[in-house]
Design a protein around this ligand. Sequence first.
Ligand SMILES: C[S@@+](CC[C@H](N)C(=O)[O-])C[C@H]1O[C@@H](n2cnc3c(N)ncnc32)[C@H](O)[C@@H]1O
Length: 296
Amino acid sequence: MKTFGREKYQKHLKKYYDQKSAVYSATYTGEGRYPTGFHRLQIALAMVDAIRPKPKKVLDAGCGDARMVIELQKRGISCTGFDISTGMLDTGKELLREAKLPENLIMEGDMYNIPAKKNSLDLLLSMGVLENLDRHDELFKEFRRVLNSKGRILISLENKLFSLFTFNQHTIRFLQRLFKDIKIPAKIRADVLRAIGSWLHLEDIEQVERIIEDRQIQKNHIAIPEYDRLNVDGELRKFGFATERLRFYHVHPLPPRFEKKYPELFRGFAERLETSEYDWHSTLLCNCMLVQAVKM
Ligand SMILES: C[S@@+](CC[C@H](N)C(=O)[O-])C[C@H]1O[C@@H](n2cnc3c(N)ncnc32)[C@H](O)[C@@H]1O
């Protein structure tokens, strides 16, 4: 873990997105698979539309190919964006040109050193970014710096409770963390986890192929904070934000290992459930959440 280092991880992440910018578009179009990016965008737009007073100055941190910037500009909201990946920004500039919007709405910038003035924003968006970054204390400090006194964030986070429903290696990781937290002795922990691993026949699980191969992002080199439906408000409060609204997306009707067998069920069911808010089922069935929180 230490040999890879943070700097190297940052370079690796930037290179990953530089190379994957074209592939990333597929999360919006779907191309035969569940379009995660598209759904996240629709839910995020509905959440922004409902914010009162209407945010006047919005920044999309890690804006990727500028989808959110374009949609908010179309709604008459002044939104700009920044991203670390020139590959993503190049695609974004193309999309901005197509939408007849100025290319300079997006620029190069780093989440840990946000290119915005103190107290200058009403709303900071960040979709699909924090899930890959460590040092969240530094990130939220930056968010607080650039937001005005009643400023808000709208961010996506992984919902780790979903791991209890995946019945795969993520379940084992979740339980490992849980048992460690409650101080189960290491020997007993290992014994129990080995037993659960064998009940789940982990060695037989065919990994589900994904368009964006997150596993290529070598996340195990850094410590990414973990959130779930139950801890998110408490964790965000530590960083000076109070949760106002929460929505889930990417609902799984069955554990992921059944996706290949029942692809239509996965796609149809996911899209139907996404229309409802605060559905308790989503706490277990969704791996992603959108969190709106206000600066305290
Ligand atoms: C999954 S993509 C999401 C893009 C966009 N927000 C969306 O919703 O389509 C993650 C983005 O975060 C960007 N990113 C990763 N680390 C960053 C950093 N330190 N500063 C700025 N952007 C970063 C990546 O380059 C990539 O464009």
